[in-house]
Ligand binder design. Structure first.
Ligand SMILES: [Zn+2]
Length: 311
């Protein structure tokens, strides 16, 4: 069973595959379109400086669309970027004139190319999302805030280990920390740990390169599968692509939302780790710290009994 709506809203955050899908679709559909008009809805609280900067986008053409971690970056010029972060309930929708109305619309960008008019809508139910207008330097500062990306082919198991060990915490928490690893969220981190047979509560200090090799491989596998399936849409239907359609990765979850382990049939455990709902199989993902202390206490018990024998 999937997490019930409201039980853990943090799981609904679009993760890398969802943001990647949005970015790629925008790239295919809005390049060379000119920003004709920007409508900010009265109920949307936007800082006045951002409002002013948005005005500077009028009459400019969209040059490119890219992604920095989970930020959608629309390049207006070499020194002007429109950046969206969808946080938990943000959406970007691309609509034609006369299309149905959408919920929670906060800003609409009217864009046009050769008489073809489109509406780029930023919608956000809970308003945790963010719109920024940045110059090149500010964009670089934003980029520097994020840690390594597991999809970066230059990341080796050693580099991954070093990054994870930089914070003394459990592996699940480290994977979700965007300053350490960017783009992995709750669902994909849960499934990547399962595929790598790593218990989510494992201390980063107990990891080794064999483990990070497996985890790097499984993280890449799970993210690429998520991208191929155009992201995950949970029963709350919060995540949709720019055309309003859901993703398919929820049909391929490995352990997330499961009751029984698909590999060994053990009962799947559910636990909140740092407030985030985590599923894991106690058999396929053994707790090495527990095993270690169990072995240690066994050794100690043996020692005591040997000492007793000597007495
Ligand atoms: Zn199992």
């Amino acid at each position: 069973m999937l997490e019930k709506s409201g039980k853990n809203t943090k799981s609904k955050m679009p993760e890398l595959p969802e943001v990647h899908t949005i970015t790629q679709d925008l790239k295919k559909n809005i390049l060379d379109f000119e920003i004709k008009n920007i409508k900010i809805y009265p109920n949307y609280k936007i800082p006045s400086d951002v409002k002013k900067k948005l005005i500077s986008l009028y009459g400019k053409k969209i040059q490119n669309v890219d992604r920095i971690a989970k930020n959608i970056v629309i390049e207006i010029s070499k020194d002007l970027f429109l950046v969206f972060h969808l946080a938990m309930t943000g959406r970007i929708l691309l609509r034609q004139e006369g299309d149905k109305t959408d919920s929670w619309v906060k800003i609409v960008f009217e864009i046009e190319k050769n008489g073809d008019k489109k509406y780029l809508k930023f919608c956000d139910m809970r308003q945790f999302g963010k719109i920024q207008v940045l110059n090149k330097k500010e964009l670089e500062l934003l980029e520097n805030k994020y840690g390594i990306s597991v999809l970066d082919s230059e990341i080796t198991p050693d580099k991954f280990l070093e990054a994870l060990k930089s914070k003394k915490t459990n592996i699940k928490n480290a994977l979700l920390d965007q300053k350490i690893v960017s783009g992995l969220g709750n669902i994909y981190a849960t499934d990547a740990l399962f595929l790598a047979n790593i218990n989510p509560k494992t201390s980063t200090q107990n990891l080794n390169t064999n483990m990070t090799e497996k985890l790097l491989k499984s993280s890449r596998e799970i993210l690429n599968e998520g991208i191929k399936n155009r992201g995950s849409t949970l029963p709350d239907k919060m995540y949709v692509d720019i055309f309003g359609k859901g993703g398919n990765q929820q049909n391929y979850f490995k352990i997330y939302g499961k009751k029984v382990c698909p590999v060994c049939n053990s009962k799947v455990e559910f636990e909140k780790i740092n407030g985030r709902g985590t599923y894991f199989c106690p058999t396929c993902q053994p707790d090495i710290a527990k095993d270690f202390s169990a072995k240690k206490s066994k050794v100690e018990t043996n020692k005591i009994s040997e000492q007793k024998k000597l007495l």
